[in-house]
Design a protein around this ligand. Structure first.
Ligand code: UDP
Length: 335
């Protein structure tokens, strides 16, 4: 069996952790990334080609050169707020270019795909924890773009024999426990890195988006799972497809809800720092409470998150941010 796996978006935060997990499992990840958001320094476990997913010639060449049979498709725009302001950008990249990529994959004999989806497909859930079979009603173009591809994959399985696993991520957080890669977004919009950099004095203060939610402390609740655990689920998904598994969809969340206040308190406790937090208004499009039932991922995929306790997530994110601060020159010069 060929051990090369094509990873689109392999230079990104989640994509690079997936590459590391694939390499640990004996595969060779081959990254395809246009580097619009990715970082070349995070590609460490296999070759990278800088190109767009919708470039059929490069894609066909990579499939031929590396005899690709399975693809992990992570490349996408992922800023919810931006998608509200500029939906066309999200539909063009996440939908139209993904479809062009799927056509090229199929024309070149690829029949197995793992798709990075999102809990944004659910919108505002009617029941908690969220199971895969609840209605999907996205409340932003980002979630809509992910749902569109999930549905397209269902039709591609029936019509063209492309089998896929869609993984609906809840909140990815933390950094590689080995300290080799971690989160590096520009601009950074995520709760944990922003609160940590406020604590480290890298930004003036951190804002809590809304304290008037119908939750015990008034702040929004999310399900944070460690990025290395999410990455490991992709290896299981590839293996499932390799052993003939049919199309399927799984939630990837740790199954526990933590409020913004819980996260701030945990950062202060675990890292022994003060987070200067200012109370702000709700961010548009943010549901009050989201957390997964990871039951299907456990029972069907055999997924066991081992790093997703809050302390490990925060400790690894904090260590990574300290390392980035010490190593900024090096990091930029690697780009
Ligand atoms: N959040 C916040 N301040 C920030 C960034 C995020 O209060 O500076 C809140 C946000 O409103 C949400 C939670 O933290 O309730 C997680 O947000 P994040 O952007 O990390 O992930 P998302 O849930 O949007 O994927």
């Amino acid at each position: 069996m060929n051990r090369h796996i094509l990873v689109t978006g392999g230079a990104g935060y989640i994509g690079s952790h997936i590459c590391k997990s694939l390499a640990r499992a004996g595969y060779v990840p081959v990254t395809l990334d246009n580097l619009c958001n990715g970082n070349p320094w995070s590609v460490r476990w296999g070759p990278m080609v800088k190109a767009d997913i919708a470039d059929p010639f490069t894609l066909a060449e990579m499939i031929g050169q590396y005899r690709i049979e399975s693809v992990v498709h992570c490349a996408a725009y992922a800023y919810v707020g931006e998608s509200m302001r500029d939906p066309g950008k999200y539909f063009e990249n996440n939908v139209a270019r993904s479809i062009r990529m799927l056509e090229t994959l199929i024309e070149n004999g690829v029949r197995q795909l793992v798709f990075s989806s999102s809990c944004a497909v659910y919108g505002i859930p009617e029941e908690l924890p969220i199971r895969e079979n609840v209605p999907t009603r996205p409340v932003n173009p980002y979630g809509e773009s992910k749902l569109f591809i999930e549905k397209a994959l269902d039709w591609y399985a029936r019509a063209r024999g492309l089998r896929s696993v869609s993984l609906r991520y809840f909140n990815a957080a933390g950094a590689d426990p080995g300290g080799e890669i971690g989160e590096w977004h520009d601009p950074e919009t995520h709760l944990i890195p922003l609160a940590i950099s406020a604590a480290l004095g890298e930004r003036e203060q951190f804002e809590i988006f809304g304290t008037d939610y119908p939750t015990p402390d008034g702040t929004a609740v999310r399900d944070y799972s460690h990025v290395s655990d999410l990455a490991d689920a992709h290896v299981l998904a590839v293996q499932r497809l390799e052993s003939g598994g049919a199309n399927d969809i799984f939630n990837l969340g740790a199954g526990a809800g933590h409020s913004v206040q819980d996260i701030v308190a945990a950062i202060e406790r675990v890292c022994r720092v003060r987070v200067q937090a200012k109370v702000g208004v709700r961010r548009s499009g943010d549901p009050a409470v989201l957390y997964a039932s990871p039951e299907r991922a456990r029972s069907v995929l055999g997924w066991r998150p081992v790093h997703s306790d809050l302390e490990t997530i925060i400790r690894s994110a904090f260590d990574w941010q300290l390392q980035c601060r010490d190593d900024k020159g090096l990091r930029y010069s690697r780009d």
